[in-house]
Design a protein around this ligand. Structure first.
Ligand SMILES: NC(=O)c1ccc[n+]([C@@H]2O[C@H](COP(=O)([O-])OP(=O)(O)OC[C@H]3O[C@@H](n4cnc5c(N)ncnc54)[C@H](O)[C@@H]3O)[C@@H](O)[C@H]2O)c1
Length: 291
């Protein structure tokens, strides 16, 4: 099946990045959100990020203008009815995602492929609530979408080969690289990354190292571009904790238990960069370790 028109539900951090890369690759894009403010902010962010690509000579001004002209926004979910592919990128709550699919389904063409950008919710379970589990997949982009090369493709138990191959082709058209993952908690990237971040927090909690020594050790000793605690602050400590809980509950193995210090930071509202404080304090000129 050929994909020409793409619908995106949720215009947050991920939704705007996904709209950006699809429009640049030549797809028509309709973005839906329940908040007009989120839609306006998404268009402003996309414009700013495209402008940056023009100033760095990664794309031409003409390409920026055609990409922007391909994006429309709407508060009406039914405006996504004529799309060939829907990417749900709304808030990470299963009830929210189920309600979106339920409201959208009566308006969709029978052949439209449905996907979710969820970081952790079971694709098989989300798909089972729709009328097309064979045309349902996990389509997991990485943050920030315009910069990150990888896209995880997650097949639910019922996903058919045609749907999988259509999405492989779409990833290729975006100029990105697909990794296929089976539908188990946190898929591949977060299954490996989050326990490492959680272990870094345990290393801090047990006093083996300070924030600075842990991050420096992994940057200089393992050649990681960012230290694990710096990276946790970038992702959001609430998100890290939520994913550890999904691993812990879903795989029922104590090796995934979230570090109590991670829980404490989240309870304090120290969620990382987005709240200006996490393992580092970002309120001054340069980030200062909090331990
Ligand atoms: N942040 C990340 O690093 C990251 C990475 C990969 C995947 N994800 C996944 O992407 C999804 C979105 O995450 P985000 O970081 O962009 O969140 P976000 O909070 O930035 O954006 C979510 C958006 O969804 C909108 N929304 C909520 N309910 C809606 C509804 N019923 N209909 C339409 N829009 C609705 C909100 O208004 C908001 O604009 C989540 O499933 C998350 O797990 C996030």
């Amino acid at each position: 099946m050929e994909i020409k028109k793409v619908g995106i539900v949720g215009a947050g951090q991920m939704g705007n990045g996904i709209a950006h890369v699809f429009a640049l690759a030549g797809y028509d894009v309709v973005v839906n959100d329940i908040s007009q403010e989120a839609l306006d902010k998404a268009v402003a962010t996309i414009t700013r990020n495209l402008d940056r690509q023009v100033s760095r000579e990664k794309i031409t001004a003409e390409k920026r203008d055609t990409a922007l002209a391909r994006i429309t926004t709407t508060l009406q979910l039914e405006d996504l009815g004529q799309t060939d592919l829907v990417i749900e990128a709304a808030t990470e709550r299963e009830d929210v995602k189920n309600a979106i699919f339920e409201r959208l389904l009566p308006h969709l063409k029978p052949e439209t492929i449905l996907t979710s950008n969820t970081s952790s919710i079971s694709i098989t379970r989300l798909a089972s609530r729709t009328d097309r589990p064979e045309k349902f997949m996990g389509f997991h982009f990485m943050n920030p979408v315009p910069v990150m090369q990888l896209v995880e493709l997650i097949r639910g138990i019922a996903t058919d080969e045609a749907t999988y191959h259509t999405l492989l082709k779409v990833v290729e058209n975006l100029g990105k690289t697909a990794a296929s993952a089976e539908d188990f908690p946190a898929f591949i990237v977060n299954r490996i990354l989050m326990p490492m971040i959680n272990e870094a927090v345990y290393t801090l909690y047990e006093g083996v190292g300070s924030v600075k020594s842990i991050d420096e050790s992994m940057k200089l000793g393992a050649n990681h571009p960012m230290g694990p605690l710096e990276l946790a602050d970038f992702i959001g400590l609430d998100t890290c904790l939520a994913i550890m809980n999904v691993l812990h509950d879903g795989l029922a193995d104590t090796k995934y238990r979230p570090c109590p210090l991670l829980t404490k930071y989240v309870e304090a509202g120290w969620l990382g960069r987005k709240t200006q404080r996490g393992f580092y304090d970002y309120r001054g000129e340069t980030p200062v370790p909090t331990r």
